[in-house]
Design a binder for this molecule. Sequence first.
Ligand code: SF4
Length: 395
Amino acid sequence: MFATPLIAQSPPTSCGLYVHVPFCETKCGYCDFNSYSGLEWLTARYGSALRCELSLWSQRVRRPEGVLRIATIYFGGGTPTLLGSGGLKSVLDTCGQVFAVDATAEVTVETNPGVADEIALVELRSAGVNRLSIGIQSFDDGELRSLGRIHTADGARQAWSMARRAGFENLNLDLMYGLPGQPVQSWRDNLEQGLELEPEHISLYALTIEEDTPLGKSIASGRIVELDPDTAAEMYMLAEERLEQAGYHHYEISNWAIPGRECAHNITYWRNRHYLGVGAGAHSFLDSYRLCNLKVPLEYVQTLEGEGDSLPVSDIEQIDEKMAMGETMMLGLRLSEGVSAGDFLRRFGRRPEDVYGPAIEDLRRLGLLTWGGDSLRLTARGRLLGNQVFCRFVG
Ligand code: SF4
């Protein structure tokens, strides 16, 4: 942790704000996020700590012309709605008091259908939240149980209807594929049921097996068998085809949207632009530094409750130009718009092919990358083998 005040030398003119809320009702069997169950007793103190951290940051990232402009706000977790609509509203109010939040800012809150409450959703909507991301994951109750989710498919549909009745016109639906034993037909059914809800945005994630989770241990012991990667790839291609047919724009490897409803906050990350992260374990990218907050919620809260005005930062890393260029390639290639050589030149003084000529040529020969005008993009095959492409630019 840094005892001395950390001050951004040249704060960005505008950035995205991420607020991490690490509370969950129970821990899902596959999840290795910085989230915890059984910490309800800490929520009120956590909300105060968030407000305190926002105020501390606003003093450190001031620009001569005034406070930092915030273009997007994203409450992620965990299950942010466990902070309560009052808790979330007071954090949002603090954001408005200490920063210049754009009048048209996209303000997203993630939620779990198992804790959805219609009155709370109405309160969130009137507090200025204009986008909800609902973690449905599957419409098959057996799959939901195997993932350790706390809701049923019917519960998820009810939560979706509540969100619509509460006035949310911009909803994201999260689904997972590649689950152990999942037949392709079940994935097809999941997609169809998802489309019936008419989401503005859809995020599809392949289940990744993390060693230190109950699911990871079951797979290591042989009790559960991981789905083979070819079937998972088939599911991904099926989704690409079906969602395109349904009119969705496949704007990022794992994300689709009705045109105009792409997630502006996440695009900040993929364009490798600045963001401020508050909350336990949250990351920030400011100036040329990446910072990481204390991960354990109680330590995070106690630091902000203590004397003085130290930020709860536990790690800081300077991003040199080589790293910044590699990350700009890796993140930008996730987007269907790809990496614009002109933008890269304006930012780094060199074109991508001047820095990565041989790697780009190799990947083009392998059919994984292609030039589209001024932009370098993944091909359909490249989207399936993204990690093989990204490792040529970073590491
Ligand atoms: S609800 Fe989300 S953050 Fe919480 S345990 Fe489940 S997957 Fe992890």
